[in-house]
Design a protein around this ligand. Structure first.
Ligand code: IPE
Ligand code: IPE
Ligand code: MG
Length: 247
């Protein structure tokens, strides 16, 4: 396990890694604790993953932290998650700065509670000039919502005669998404054993390699990220071609 890191080819790193951080609740339940205990312990995994990705030279790390569907959880859990977010963003700000990491967020952010929104904006503002890696938090995020928003934006531009329908292509559409300017994730990781996408980055992961871990998110460590990247680098990404065409 310990020399997994040395097996990584740094010239073939995924530029963008996306993670569905899942299993906090079950992790806590297994220990006879409340679900929020799992969320609190998930922060260590966030820190480890961020640090490991930045140290390797990954340029974008997107973490799915709260989906639009997650509002339907018990109000106490939603509240706990929202305040944990404030606390974490504030607490990690110095580490982000020390490590030259820029914070960004995608999702319908204006619908977040005001104090969560403000803490997030402060983190984004204070780290905006950092260049080593961009950490993107997906918050109140839904891929279908994002695709609809992009469609509305393009339709509006067409209505105002700033865009012709025939000019809508992959590039213009990508640019209308909240991930505009970011490379698409080449690697998508999900913990907890669940093997689904749960409304995450549907457009952007069209050709991503998927890696599912049977462990719960609070147990995710640097070694797991290394393992996922080594595995990623051993896969043949054919993009529709034949194996023979690749060599
Ligand atoms: C992931 O863990 C964190 C969020 C979705 C906010 P869960 O809270 O979904 O934990 P499980 O999947 O119920 O165990
Ligand atoms: C997906 O996890 C959302 C986040 C990790 C934030 P969920 O636990 O909400 O997804 P489902 O309900 O298992 O699909
Ligand atoms: Mg879950």
């Amino acid at each position: 396990m310990s020399d997994l890191k040395s097996k990584i080819d740094l010239n073939k790193l995924p530029q963008h890694v996306a993670v569905i951080m899942d299993g906090n609740g079950r992790w806590a339940k297994q220990k006879g604790k409340l679900r929020v205990f799992g969320h609190r312990n998930g922060v260590k995994a966030v820190r480890e993953t961020t640090e490991a990705a930045a140290e390797l030279g990954v340029k974008y790390l997107t973490l799915y932290a709260f989906s639009t569907e997650n509002w339907s959880r018990p109000q106490t859990e939603v509240n706990a998650l929202m305040s944990l977010l404030i606390k974490t963003v504030r607490k990690e700000l110095s580490t982000l700065t020390k490590n030259n990491i820029r914070l960004q967020a995608i999702g319908d952010l204006t619908k977040l509670p005001k104090d969560t929104y403000n803490a997030l904006m402060e983190g984004i503002e204070k780290t905006k000039h950092h260049t080593r890696m961009t950490l993107v938090l997906a918050l109140n995020y839904s891929a279908k919502w994002e695709i609809l928003e992009a469609s509305k934006k393009l339709a509006q531009a067409a209505k105002e005669n700033n865009l012709q329908p025939e000019d809508i292509n992959e590039a213009t559409f990508s640019n209308a998404l909240s991930t505009a300017g970011m490379p698409d994730p080449e690697l998508l990781i999900r913990t907890s054993g669940e093997q689904r996408i749960s409304n995450f980055l549907l457009w952007q992961i069209a050709y991503a390699e998927l890696r599912f871990f049977p462990i719960f998110w609070p147990d995710f460590r640097k070694e797991h990220l290394y393992e996922a990247i080594v595995d990623f680098q051993n896969r043949e990404r054919r993009f529709g071609k034949t194996s023979e065409q690749l060599t």
